[in-house]
Design a protein around this ligand. Structure first.
Ligand SMILES: [Fe+2]
Ligand SMILES: [Fe+2]
Length: 444
């Protein structure tokens, strides 16, 4: 029988950390993840084939995780990790203190304590008491950032580990990708570094996840983000650019927390697997890279470009509308009057919303309004020409079109020359020319 563990935790990054502990403690383990009480109940109702449950303390009125388990006659060993105090449990003494198979770990917790409880509850026979001085970490976790938190090793044999990344170094996505290509699915770090790793891991992520998002969703989103990063890693993006983008973006979502309107709009982006999400991410990434190479990479410009990338198409629900980028395409699309007005006005409308919500940034407003203009006058809504478009807006327009063309051609590197040619022909006028030269480098 396989060793199944059920993890129920709303915070995806925390749940990753649980998985890390579980994978290091047990051999051949299979982890099932959910993110809320409802899903936890559904899982246990359909199967009790779990050796262990790691869960937040879920409580809804008079029902909590324990009364639910008792009601369905489920006696699986459980570790409850929570910031609730003992007094907030319905009956802490009965359910934890005097219950042999249930343990409580208050947040914040030490990883060592967590591991100890895992083995205590999981049963010593199943535990891999490794004499190794290393902990294994899923290689894909390394795709989230490009700064090494600690020394990282590849395992050659049980007794032989080689250091491949040094603490504090930046590494590239293609390096991690090459491990995955060779089926190196785990990398290793020193046992003593685990606490630090756990604390720092996951600090960078593109748009913070909402805890109410179903775990399955998050899983897909997380995977698609990793895939996206892998794909993008093959273009000429300097190390650090994606780290910068990731960390700014998580600040933007914090910034939006004060505004119900923005929060609601961003929440719609929660299903982070679609074109629009990738489109925002790629636009920020290319925008920041262009700024850096133009030596315009001062903090304000970077912030404006990333912020605008996140917000620019937020009012477009339909991705086919977001793909329209010239007057000609707009005509061909044969839209209803309503949709046509949405496309023509989404930039201006968004800038008005942001102004009302107190996000003051004149450059951002300017870009939002003009992000579909083109230097040869073929853009919309106004059909401006290059000399009417400001330099920072020009950077955004080019990054935006580059993102669109790469996605349109399915990240196929063989198409890079024709993408460059398209951009040079349609976006290479006047002061756009020097930006197109950078596009050439990114695509080489
Ligand atoms: Fe767009
Ligand atoms: Fe747009």
């Amino acid at each position: 029988m396989s060793f199944n563990v059920l993890v129920a935790e709303p915070d995806f990054e925390l749940s990753d950390i649980y998985v890390l502990g579980i994978e290091n403690a047990f051999q051949g383990v299979n982890v099932v993840r959910v993110s809320n009480f409802k899903e936890l109940k559904a899982k246990l109702q359909s199967s009790k084939n779990y050796k262990l449950i790691i869960s937040d303390y879920f409580r809804e009125g008079d029902e909590d995780i324990f009364s639910f388990c008792d009601a369905i006659d489920c006696n699986i060993p459980s570790l409850i990790i929570t910031s609730y105090t003992e007094a907030e449990f319905i009956n802490f003494e009965r359910d934890i203190t005097y219950h042999k198979k249930r343990e409580h770990l208050p947040k914040p917790f030490s990883f060592v304590k967590f591991e100890k409880l895992l083995t205590q509850l999981g049963g010593i026979s199943t535990f891999v008491q490794s004499s190794s001085a290393y902990k294994k970490i899923n290689t894909e976790y390394f795709l989230r950032g490009t700064l090494a938190i600690c020394d990282t090793y590849v395992k050659l044999s049980d007794s032989k580990f080689v250091k491949v990344i040094h603490r504090g170094d930046t590494f590239t996505i293609s390096q991690i990708e090459s491990y995955l290509d060779r089926d190196i699915n785990y990398l290793y770090i020193n046992k003593d570094d685990i606490d630090e790793y756990v604390k720092k891991a996951g600090e960078v992520s593109f748009l913070k996840y909402d805890p109410s998002t179903p775990a399955e969703h998050l899983d897909i989103a997380q995977k698609s983000m990793m895939t996206l990063k892998r794909l993008v890693g093959r273009y000429g993006i300097s190390t650090g650019t994606s780290t910068v983008v990731d960390s700014y973006v998580s600040n933007i979502s914090k910034l939006s927390q004060g505004s119900l309107k923005l929060k609601a709009l961003l929440k719609e982006r929660e299903n982070m697997t679609n074109y629009l999400y990738d489109h925002c991410y790629l636009t920020s990434l290319f925008g920041v890279e262009i700024l850096k190479q133009l030596a315009w990479g001062k903090k304000d410009n970077i912030e404006t470009i990333i912020r605008t990338s996140v917000f620019h198409d937020l009012l477009l629900e339909d991705e086919s509308l977001a793909r329209i980028s010239s007057q000609e395409e707009l005509l061909k699309a044969e839209l209803s009057d309503y949709d046509k007005n949405v496309v023509l006005g989404h930039g201006r409308l968004m800038s008005e919303i942001l102004e009302k919500e107190g996000l003051t940034d004149q450059n951002m407003y300017e870009i939002l309004i003009n992000h579909h203009e083109r230097p040869d006058g073929s853009g919309f809504p106004r059909g401006l020409y290059a000399n009417q478009i400001k330099p920072l807006t020009a950077v955004f327009i080019v990054a935006h079109e580059l993102a669109k063309q790469i996605e349109l051609r399915n990240y196929n590197l063989d198409e890079n020359r024709s993408i460059y040619q398209y951009l040079a022909d349609h976006f290479g006028q006047d002061h756009f020319e020097k930006i197109i030269k950078i596009v050439d480098k990114i695509l080489k």
